[in-house]
Design a protein around this ligand. Structure first.
Ligand code: CTP
Length: 415
């Protein structure tokens, strides 16, 4: 249920070096028209000053329950919140929240709030894996709080590992999806997820290719949500819009359909779920010129490019799975971008495609001029091979990805 009403968003900031990234989060919500209230901990103000938070949010900032006592601030901020996003959250803050303490304004706000809460931790790897932190994160998740997996990368010192705060844009996207109803249960923990994303390019010569305008956003959104639900994610990506790698995922870059086919087969035997969101070139030039074709000299080669068919990665994966080649017997999800015509609706074309490809689930988008391709939003249906249809409401690609994972996990557990 997305709404265009301004939302009351509380941005909580704990005392970690990544506190400066909260400024981008505050700005993103403000630019989207939201009313933002920043509630830092006292320690956070060692990293970013109160004046910065007040200027960016346009609202007063305090850390203690003893400010604005006449307005009963220690309950009002939490009661009025539509969404609470805490970034960064330290191990100390999560421990206080898990204990149910109310010893500063942020902790008290969380005790009162009934809205969705999204916590983005950032800390050194040792602290993240400390059994106390692990237990606190599990407690928060059990209570329905979304705890975002930290990214893997450079930390404050010379060390690297899991513990980095994900990009502010990723945090905002996840928080918006959670606000719109996306669930991030840890139901993919221990599962291997393989996703194809983006568009493939079929080269004609070293500088020209046949391609398409797929941005890769839907595939990356699927990777993002799967990683947040506990999966080990590999995305085999063709050309994309330079998207950031989702926290906790690995991206394998490929160019052509054959490359994508090969990369999928090297990994399919380990997969529990395979989702093919890539826009794959069905045909490739019969031959690849080793040097750039010239307008005059190579007129024939340029004006008539003979094409040959590429392998169908999805259909072949299904055939090999059904032949027992993949020990995890993965659930296989395909995509279809369809347009209807005067005889057949987009949905009917999708039903036929589901049967033809033999996959378990098919996400069908109705496309047309300006719809879906490269856009930030998506809508359509999820069809399953048992005859089920789920309508996918218009929402961001993360919202849609969460619904696809709900369907894929349900399909597996019903099998
Ligand atoms: N796909 C694939 N390999 C191909 C073509 C498509 O794996 N060579 C996958 C896509 O990633 C997608 C699904 O198959 O998940 C459907 O893609 P689409 O292009 O709609 O399928 P086509 O068989 O090419 O159907 P159409 O004739 O409608 O283009």
């Amino acid at each position: 249920m997305s709404t265009n009403q301004p939302r009351n968003i509380v941005v909580g900031v704990a005392g970690g070096i990544a506190a400066y990234k909260a400024c981008h989060i505050i700005r993103a919500f403000k630019e989207a028209g939201d009313n933002v209230r920043v509630v830092p901990t006292e320690a956070a103000l060692n990293f970013v000053g109160k004046a910065t938070f007040e200027a960016l949010s346009g609202n007063p900032v305090s850390t203690t329950v003893f400010d604005a006592v006449d307005r009963v601030q220690h309950v009002k901020v939490g009661q009025e919140a539509d969404l609470i996003v805490i970034a960064p959250a330290t191990a100390d803050l999560m421990s206080r929240v898990a204990m149910g303490r109310g010893d500063d304004l942020l902790a008290a706000t969380l005790l009162v709030a009934t809205c969705p809460v999204v916590i983005a931790p950032a800390m050194h790897t040792e602290m993240w894996f400390n059994p106390a932190t692990v237990a606190n994160v599990a407690t928060l998740r059990e209570r329905g709080i979304t705890v975002i997996e930290p990214a893997h990368g450079r930390l404050t010192g010379k060390d690297t590992g899991p513990g980095r705060l994900p990009d502010p844009e990723q945090i905002v996207d996840i928080a918006n999806a959670v606000h719109n109803g996306a669930r991030l249960p840890q139901d993919l923990t221990g599962k291997n997820v393989l996703i194809t994303a983006g568009g493939t390019h079929e080269h004609i010569d070293p500088v020209r290719f046949i391609g398409n305008s797929s941005s890769g956003r839907q595939g990356f959104a699927l990777g993002e949500i799967a990683a947040q639900r506990g999966a080990k994610v590999t995305i085999v990506a063709g050309s994309t819009d330079n998207l950031p790698t989702p926290a906790g995922a690995e991206v394998v870059s490929v160019v052509s359909t054959q490359d994508m086919f090969d990369a999928v087969y090297q990994r399919a035997a380990d997969a529990d779920y395979i989702v093919m969101a890539a826009a794959v070139a069905d045909f490739k030039p019969e031959s690849l010129a080793s040097s750039k074709l010239k307008k005059g000299a190579d007129e024939d080669s340029l004006s008539t490019i003979k094409l040959v068919e590429n392998p169908d990665i999805l259909a072949t994966t299904v055939t090999r799975r059904d032949a027992g080649q993949f020990p995890h017997n993965p659930v296989i999800v395909g995509f279809a971008a369809e347009t209807g015509d005067e005889h057949t609706s987009a949905l009917d074309y999708a039903r036929a495609k589901l049967q033809r490809k033999g996959c378990d689930l098919l996400m069908c988008n109705e496309v047309g001029m300006g719809k879906v391709f490269g856009q930030k939003h998506n809508e359509g249906w999820i069809l399953d091979s048992r005859g089920g249809v789920v309508e996918v409401e218009q929402g961001s690609k993360l919202d849609v990805a969460a619904q696809i994972w709900d369907a894929a996990v349900a399909f597996r557990s019903d099998s």
